[in-house]
Each structure stands twice: as structure tokens, then as C-alpha cells.
Design a protein around this ligand. Structure first.
Ligand code: TMP
Ligand code: ASP
Length: 261
């Protein structure tokens, strides 16, 4: 299987064709964006960490029966994944209220939710990924009821699994974003988990100190993003072969970024 032409470039990843029409290569960039691309930076080493962390989480989810697009990690920045038709919805899952929901609804930051809350946003950068209701999804046929019911069941299992996985390493899973895609399996349409799950797409707080170990370090100018992502990877036990590269980045970046919680 050979790498072919660039098919798509997003804010944090690039998708390349391969000689197998059902598979593509997903390349993790170092670009960081927030607030719908209004804030941008390049954070050396971020793509390497997200590639490893996402591989770890998706392969563990696969083991508990959550089908997803990951075939295998190729190298420090690339994975082979299944080509899917992405459902144009960002599924946001919240266990604790923080971020946009606190501003939108005037909810106190850090409010623990009794049940996980699922929100839907239309995947459309030009419109700023607006919040939509389930009715909008059916009215404009972005997905059908059967698909959304399946996605919701998968989301709750993913949330349960990830809460437990992170709790075991002293991290609270506050919220996260998921994407799903359609693939053909023996002629039948199937919904699988797609995209990435990483500190770019989750809010992760240290269980004891509430220190932010996710992209809020960039969004809120807290600095030390690479040390925080490295901490997540280390606690997950997945920083072996490229620990040298990460160590170099940590030294380089911590000398230029200000220290903060
Ligand atoms: P929010 O509080 O900004 O709506 O974000 C909720 C969660 O979704 C948070 O973990 C960050 C993640 N997220 C993304 O991964 N991509 C996005 O484009 C947005 C808006 C949020
Ligand atoms: N990913 C979005 C952006 O690039 C928003 C975010 O993650 O905060 O702007």
C-alpha cells in the first residue's frame, strides 16, 4: 500500500489517498487552532502525541466492540484509517459543564451533570459549527433516526469506557467531541467512530488539582501544552519509543512558554 495524493487538509490533520481505495492515511499536524480558526499556532510535537494517544484510545475502544476507522499507526505522525463518509455533525459529550455551555446557558463552571449530556453541532467552519437540535438533523437529512439511535448508544459506551480509563490514571473526563462515519460492510451501510480522540478533542483535568491537561492550555493561553499532553501519554503508559523526541520538545517548549496551572 503506497501513499497517494492529498485528498483533504483540515485544521489539525491531512488525509492522503492510498493504493487501496477503501483506506486513507491520516497525518497529524502540529497546528493548533481555537475559536473556529480565529486563534492559530504551531506547537512542535503536538501531532506526534495526538497520533499516539488517539491510536491508544481507538484501539482500546475496538477491543470493547466499538467499531472505528483505525487500521494501524504507521509512524510518528501517520495512521492508516478506513475511508468513511463523515456524518456532518460534531457530537459533544459533557460530564461536567465548562467551556461554551457555561457561557451559552449561564451555567456555573465545573457543575457536575447528573447524566452525560449530548449536544450536536453542524460541522461547518464557515458557519462556526452552530449548535443544532436532533430535529434539525432529521429535517435536513444529515443523518436518519436509526443512525442517531446507534450513535447515541455508542457514545454512552465510549463515555463510560473513557471515564473509567482516565479515572484509573488520575484524570477526570470533563467533555469531548466525537465524529462518526458511514462505511459499506458486505454491501450494508455501517456507522463507525472516526476522526481522533486526543487532548485536542477532550477536556481532561487532573483528578486532584483540576490542572488542565488538554487544548484549553492553548485556548486560554495557559502555556505548557506539550508537557500536559506528554503527561497524559505517560500516565496512559504509551510513551516508549519516541520518548526522546518528546523530551527534546518538552525542553524546548517549556523554556519559551510561561508556567501556569
Ligand atoms: P466547547 O465547550 O468549546 O463547546 O467544547 C466541548 C468539547 O468539544 C471540548 O472537549 C472541546 C471539543 N471540541 C472539539 O474537539 N472541536 C471543536 O471544534 C469544538 C468547538 C469543541
Ligand atoms: N477546533 C476548533 C477550531 O479550530 C475549536 C476548538 O477546538 O476550540 O477553532
Amino acid at each position: 500500500m503506497k501513499k497517494g495524493k492529498k485528498l483533504y487538509e483540515g485544521k489539525a490533520k491531512i488525509i492522503y489517498a492510498t493504493t487501496d481505495k477503501n483506506l486513507v492515511i491520516q497525518y497529524f499536524k502540529d497546528d493548533a487552532t481555537a475559536f473556529n480558526n480565529q486563534k492559530k499556532s504551531i506547537i512542535e510535537g503536538k501531532g506526534v502525541l495526538n497520533n499516539r494517544i488517539s491510536e491508544y484510545i481507538l484501539s482500546n475502544l475496538s477491543q470493547i466492540g466499538i467499531k472505528n476507522h483505525l487500521i494501524k499507526r504507521l509512524n510518528m505522525r501517520e495512521q492508516v484509517i478506513k475511508l468513511v463518509e463523515i456524518i456532518p455533525i460534531e457530537f459533544i459529550v459533557r460530564n461536567v459543564a465548562t467551556g461554551s455551555i457555561t457561557k451559552r446557558l449561564g451555567i456555573e463552571d465545573g457543575t457536575v451533570l447528573k447524566e452525560p449530556l449530548i449536544e450536536y453541532c453542524l460541522k461547518n467552519d464557515a458557519l462556526g459549527d452552530p449548535l443544532i437540535s436532533e430535529e434539525h438533523i432529521y429535517a435536513f437529512e444529515w443523518a436518519n433516526k436509526n443512525e442517531i439511535e446507534k450513535v447515541k448508544k455508542m457514545i454512552l459506551r465510549i463515555n463510560d469506557f473513557m471515564i473509567g480509563m482516565f479515572r484509573g490514571i488520575g484524570i477526570k473526563l470533563i467533555d469531548f467531541k466525537l465524529e462518526f462515519g458511514r462505511v459499506k460492510n458486505n454491501g450494508k451501510n455501517e456507522i463507525i467512530l472516526a476522526d481522533e480522540i486526543s487532548p485536542d478533542t477532550c477536556r481532561l483535568w487532573d483528578s486532584l488539582t483540576d490542572k488542565k491537561l488538554d487544548k484549553d492550555r492553548f485556548r486560554k493561553d495557559l502555556g505548557d501544552l506539550i508537557p500536559a499532553y506528554t503527561e497524559v501519554a505517560k500516565r496512559l503508559g504509551i510513551l516508549h519509543e519516541q520518548s526522546n523526541v518528546t523530551a527534546v520538545n518538552v525542553t524546548k517548549l517549556s523554556s519559551v512558554k510561561k508556567k501556569s496551572k
